[in-house]
Design a protein around this ligand. Structure first.
Ligand SMILES: [Mn+2]
Length: 247
């Protein structure tokens, strides 16, 4: 699969973080976007299935939307890493969900997933902001580096940390990276801010800011059995002004 970087000069972006099979949040995102958005773009940050009950429905409906709407864009998350129908991550609840609802994972994968996965971008850049599912690494020095296959694991798995430098991640994939790395990579790319998801618990009650405000973590799911407050982030990618829109 190609790893492309979506770029646009659009100013107002609505961002939905991890959905993880949470259908109510998905519908909430679409409803709030249709209510408020003009001259803007809706960006999903990945992790559409697993943990919640409705990965099949979210992926099927989002796949249709990506076909018909050019103001809706979706990134790849670490829960969208498959090789010939086999997930390279775990847990992958989508397989049993599709078996149940479709009678066959193979059929769902070939009918829907192949098409859906091909529409996902590895990152997005709009004006001053870089959007990724998880994070970065010092190996990323140009926009092209974001799309390189060998960097995919860093973009899809890494987490910002209070520790400076780069360290192996407890996740077993990707790294943790400090503010020094964030500053270096943003400056190399000529950008000012990173918006990501991947750690829903950090943003359980609203946007989570770290690295001196240069990184914002978002979350749109409520699939962890806690009374979280999922939201989408409205951001002006020129001025960097942003606010949560709770679902
Ligand atoms: Mn993730």
């Amino acid at each position: 699969m190609r790893n492309s970087v979506f770029t646009s000069s659009i100013k107002n972006v609505y961002v939905a973080g991890d959905l993880h099979g949470h259908y109510e949040s998905f519908k909430g995102v679409l409803r709030r976007y249709e209510d408020s958005a003009r001259d803007s773009l809706l960006l999903f940050l990945g992790d559409y299935a697993d943990r919640g009950l409705n990965g099949v429905e979210i992926i099927t409906e989002l796949n249709r939307l990506l076909e018909s709407r050019d103001d809706i864009v979706a990134l790849k998350g670490n829960h969208e890493q498959y090789r010939d129908g086999n997930p390279t991550f775990s847990p992958c609840d989508l397989i049993s969900e599709a078996q149940e609802k479709y009678n066959s994972w193979e059929k769902f994968y070939h009918d829907i997933m192949v098409d859906f996965l091909a529409k996902l971008h590895i990152a997005a850049i709009m004006n001053n902001v870089l959007f990724v599912h998880a994070g970065i690494s010092s190996r990323i020095k140009t926009v092209k580096d974001l799309a390189k296959h060998e960097n995919e694991t860093y973009v899809l798995w890494s987490d910002p940390s209070p520790l400076s430098g780069e360290h192996p991640s407890m996740r077993g994939a990707g790294i943790t990276f400090g503010e020094d790395i964030t500053t270096k990579v943003l400056s190399a790319l000529g950008l000012k801010m990173i918006v990501r998801s991947h750690e829903p618990s950090k943003a359980a009650y609203g946007p989570y800011s770290e690295h001196g405000g240069k990184i914002i973590t978002t979350n749109a799911c409520a699939s962890y059995g806690e009374p979280w407050k999922p939201f989408m982030l409205k951001i002006d990618t020129k001025s960097l002004k942003h606010k949560p829109i709770f679902l």
